[in-house]
Design a protein around this ligand. Structure first.
Ligand SMILES: [Zn+2]
Length: 489
């Protein structure tokens, strides 16, 4: 974690401690594979496991190291597991919590949040300002509850209410010394934003703009075709399916713009701008350091050159379109995305990010102004006519007068996703682990490509052992080449 972010995500320095076949996880579970125990916590593995290595390592190992001045000194090295980067199913598999990014009844691994599609629980929230609505999980409380449930044998619905679904789990202090399961796996901004709500909210925005005649998708696609995107990421056309809405001219909950994570970030944030003097060499240096992480350079451009999809779509919109809540919600979302992708923060930035998340959520929920649809206009005319006729009957008048609330359209009702809540954890994670880009899954998912290539080389015979050995030699060669290019010539 102390390495600069560029170096931390350089594939050459990734060391594989273990590689696991999916069928093995399906058969033995995460605790069986990593810790060698069954669901009751009883030992089932014959040989050493990853957790055995950590438990042995906790005793420390004395090693002679070189100081910066060339002198030698003995140091006691102790390995700790300090951060786990994982998608939702994997994090849920390793932690005691029952969590899903799409489930109907869905607690959160970081707090006592749950949602039930009724919108009762969905509202803007800040862990900095409001500690009453959702409370961060407490390690002491969790351990005490689990111990009580273990002794009771039949915890009943208490476990479900607490969002816990297993009593023996991988990321436990018994297997990995000093670990804290309530905060070891921070929220991943790749799965929350570009692989999550950014793709959806872009589709919802474009549907609203298209269906309300503010612009057409062909205009957007023409703008995309004309835009000068970065060389390493081409943004595809918006699919025609974005034009399809749900009953009542609302956006579909599952609508998406069908872009990869890096394409979504590029679409949302990138704007071409002439490169200032001196920046070209800096960008080139960053590209050479970070070839696998295509969005790194995009973000680099964002922080220095310009921001964003807003400038791509703004010229196509009238002033009234820019006043709509769905447009302002998108602008607020882009601001949150841009702030979440930075590589450096001050303490003030953390609170600003928290404010931006709240602002986005408030706009997401804000009822839009009355639409100028024919149906609304007709209702207004009928009601106004009735009002003239029925001046002496105030009760009936009350019923027929088109009060503003009844004509307003809650365009995003029912579109709230659990990931909207998970994003509210980002400022807390930032304080605990540093910039979210320092532990996001983007680069590691890119690393999967190298693993797949190695698996193909193995001809699928003992591919796990082959992949490990292949990567050990390959990364060693690449690291040696950095120090001694002639050696690899
Ligand atoms: Zn939460």
């Amino acid at each position: 974690m102390n390495l600069p972010i560029d170096m931390r995500f350089d594939h050459d320095v990734i060391q594989l401690l273990a590689i696991v076949r999916h069928p093995a996880v399906m058969r033995w579970g995460q605790a069986g594979v990593f810790c060698g125990v069954d669901k009751k916590g009883e030992r089932i593995a014959d040989g050493p496991t990853i957790s055995d290595d950590f438990q042995e390592g906790a005793k420390g190992r004395w090693t002679k190291l070189l100081n910066t001045d060339g002198s030698e000194e003995w140091w006691r090295i102790v390995p700790y597991l300090i951060c786990v980067c994982a998608d939702y199913p994997q994090a849920q598999g390793m932690l005691p919590f029952n969590e899903s990014a799409s489930g109907a009844y869905c607690p959160c691994r970081g707090c006592n949040y749950r949602q039930d599609r009724s919108m009762r629980h969905e509202k803007p929230h800040s862990f900095f300002e409001d500690s009453r609505t959702w409370k961060l999980r407490s390690l002491q409380r969790l351990l005490a509850d689990i111990e009580r449930w273990r002794q009771r044998g039949d915890p009943g619905s208490e476990m479900q209410d607490a969002g816990v679904n297993k009593l023996v789990y991988t990321l436990c202090a018994d297997f990995f010394p000093h670990i804290n399961p309530t905060n070891i796996a921070p929220q991943d901004i790749m799965h929350n934003f570009p692989d999550g709500i950014t793709r959806h909210e872009a589709a919802w925005l474009l549907y609203m703009l298209h269906s309300r005649k503010h612009l057409s998708l062909s205009q957007v696609n023409d703008a995309i075709a004309r835009h000068k995107w970065p060389r390493d990421c081409r943004v595809p056309k918006i699919p025609a399916s974005v034009e399809d809405g749900a009953t009542g001219r609302f956006p579909r909950s599952d609508a998406t713009i069908h872009m990869s994570a890096s394409q979504t970030i590029t679409f949302a944030l990138h704007r071409y701008a002439p490169t200032p003097p001196g920046l070209a060499s800096t960008l080139a240096a960053h590209r050479s350091l970070c070839n696998a992480c295509v969005t790194h350079c995009v973000t680099h451009c964002v922080t220095r050159c310009a921001v964003c999809s807003v400038s791509l779509l703004s010229p196509l919109l009238s002033e009234s379109a820019k006043q709509t809540t769905y447009w302002q919600s998108w602008v607020a979302h882009v601001r949150v995305l841009e702030m979440s992708l930075r590589t450096e923060y001050t303490l003030a930035d953390v609170t600003t990010l928290d404010d931006c998340i709240q602002r986005h959520h408030k706009l997401f929920f804000k009822v839009s102004p009355a639409p100028s649809s024919n149906r609304s206009l007709l209702l207004f005319v009928v009601a106004a006519y009735a009002r003239c006729l029925l001046l002496t009957t105030p009760c009936l008048l009350l019923l027929l007068t088109p009060r503003r609330r009844s004509l307003q359209v809650k365009e995003y009702d029912g579109l709230w996703k659990p990931k909207h809540h998970f994003i509210t954890h980002t400022p807390i994670d930032l304080l605990r682990f540093g910039p979210p880009r320092g532990f996001w899954c983007m680069s590691f998912e890119g690393f999967n490509k190298l693993i797949k290539q190695a698996a193909e080389l193995s001809n699928y015979r003992a591919e796990d052992v082959f992949v490990l050995e292949h990567w050990v030699f390959k990364s060693a060669r690449m690291l040696r080449r950095k120090r001694d290019r002639a050696w690899c010539a």
